[in-house]
Ligand binder design. Structure first.
Ligand code: NAP
Length: 489
């Protein structure tokens, strides 16, 4: 067997081993073969990374923002140049179908270009003062050292949603990626280094979330934690963070509603893509489908027929539509929910079992006759499983859609514009799609959830609001003491 490559962490401008001398292996989820050896960072390494980010903050934050933006333009160029090889590495590391891996990299390219432009905006506001000869405005300032903790399911895109706006705003960063996708994180940091990011501005620590992630969250020198991941990890972070800015992008139990006037073949495309794209491992995955009673049987038949034809396999192989689950634990979890669904009395239409004996493959799985209270209709499964629930009318559909603790990305298919607008208003989610699936966020619009899907908004102008402080400035040029709220006549 060829010798495995050894990957290092990036602290204070140096690629280095962990001070603990401990390492871990990462396996290809399609083949089970290791792809490399990675550093198991220690709390000591986290301390060094924070110290380095703190040291670099002064100079970096003083560089004019348009100049900082130019580095991101270079990042976009390098990502574009290496897109194909990076996409292949991504598929090998996390199993995503190659076409989707290209999309993941494209999202990072788009974000780099957008945030480069933000370097020339970073808008504050001016407004009126209640007093004469007094000027009132706000300006944007960086926050300081930001801890960015990311999951594995979009290993280029999600870090780019955090790192690029954080850097454009003038912050320095300690980046802790998922232990399931350390190589993609290393590739991204290599590109930022190559693009000319000064020493210490970005530090990468790999290793266990409960140890080093925790150390980042707990440290007072870290002024903001931007986290994307599981709801329960987010809850723990919120408890430990103390007084610092926290943004949480968490899980969900998204829904596609299909009304009886919908274009059914369009809705079918949306459900298949939403439920089984990325093997259902998306925070925006359509893990519930609420269908109007009168078309339920017809739609189920259509869905079944299409699902049967889905090609499962290694994401690098041509024509494959559904790749593996990320690891053995995910495989166990998805199957556990199949057993739960059956025990709860839902009807299994298709799937419900492992595919093949090698790799972490699972058949796309559909339950029907699901009631909204069942656990398979309430809890995030994060795999290729979806639950069909029936509804009498729009009110019933909306009530059932909102009956979960989460609220990230909800969708409705209808040709009735009144129904569409009613749903837009009444659905309790951060994102609503009309006649499109739950998947498809664009980088220049706000992205984030409500309820237990978290708080904070990434993407577009809202990312700039997240990663900067707005300072209020009053300039009084009256030459005398003017007391607000008192000297107003
Ligand atoms: P996760 O288990 O919560 O892990 C996310 C990150 O947190 C990883 O880097 C992990 O490190 C780290 N971590 C674990 N324990 C920690 C702790 N005690 N303190 C600080 N950091 C800690 O989530 P995941 O399995 O990677 O990702 C799947 C979840 O992310 C799903 O729930 C999905 O819905 C959600 N997600 C949400 C969005 C969104 O934008 N709303 C987008 C994508 C995914 P290790 O890997 O080393 O454990």
């Amino acid at each position: 067997m060829p010798k495995l490559p050894v990957f290092k962490m990036f602290i204070d401008g140096q690629w280095q081993s962990s001070s603990s001398s401990q390492t871990f292996q990462k396996l290809n989820p399609a083949t089970g073969r290791p792809i490399g050896i990675f550093q198991r960072g220690s709390k000591h390494d986290v301390n060094d990374a924070i110290e380095s980010a703190e040291k670099a903050f002064g100079k970096w934050s003083e560089i004019p923002a348009p100049k900082r933006g130019k580095i991101l333009l270079k990042v976009a160029e390098l990502l574009e140049k290496n897109k194909e090889s990076l996409a292949k590495e991504l598929t090998e590391e996390m199993g995503k179908v190659l076409e989707e891996s290209r999309g993941d990299i494209q999202e990072a390219i788009d974000m780099a270009e957008y945030m480069a432009g933000e370097g020339r905006r970073l808008f504050g506001k001016t407004t009126t003062s209640e007093l004469k000869n007094k000027f009132a405005m706000t300006i944007r300032e960086p926050i300081g050292v930001v801890g960015c903790i990311t999951p594995w399911n979009f290993p280029f895109a999600i870090p780019s949603w955090k790192l690029f706006p954080a850097l454009a705003c003038g912050n320095t960063v300690v980046f802790k990626p998922s232990s399931d996708t350390p190589r993609c994180a290393i590739r991204l940091v290599e590109i930022l280094e190559k693009a000319g990011l000064p020493k210490g501005v970005l530090n990468l620590v790999t290793g266990s979330g409960s140890s080093i992630g925790d150390a980042i969250v707990n440290d007072k020198r870290v002024r903001m934690v931007s986290f994307t991941g599981h709801r329960d990890t987010g809850k723990g972070i919120l408890k430990k963070a103390g007084i610092k800015k926290v943004s949480l992008e968490l899980g969900s139990k998204n829904v596609v509603i299909i009304m009886n006037d919908a274009d059914l073949s369009l809705a079918l495309d949306g459900v298949v893509w939403g439920a089984f794209g990325t093997t259902g491992q998306r925070c925006t995955a359509a893990s519930r489908v609420i269908v109007h009673d009168s078309i339920k049987e017809k739609f189920e038949k259509m869905l079944l027929e299409r699902t049967r034809k889905l090609k499962i396999g290694n994401g690098l192989d041509k024509g494959v539509q559904v790749g593996p689950l990320i690891n053995k634990e995910a495989l166990r979890k998805v199957h556990k929910y199949t057993r739960i669904g059956l025990k709860e009395g839902a009807k299994l239409l298709i799937g419900g079992k492992r595919y093949g004996i090698k790799g972490n493959f699972y058949h796309p799985t559909i339950f029907t006759n699901v009631s909204p209270k069942m656990r398979i209709a309430q809890e995030e499964i994060f795999g290729p499983t979806t639950a069909i629930i029936s509804a009498k009318n729009l009110d019933d559909a909306i009530e059932k859609a909102n009956s979960v603790e989460y609220g990230l990305s909800f969708s409705i298919y209808t040709k009735d514009i009144d129904k569409a607008f009613e749903a837009i208003r009444k659905l309790q989610s951060g994102i609503v799609y009309v006649n499109a699936s739950t998947i498809g966020a664009e980088i220049h619009l706000p992205f984030g959830g409500v309820k237990e899907s978290g708080f904070g908004r990434e993407g577009g102008w809202t990312a700039i609001e997240e990663f900067s402080n707005e300072k209020t400035v009053y300039v009084d040029y009256s030459g005398k003491l003017q007391r607000a709220q008192i000297d107003v006549d």
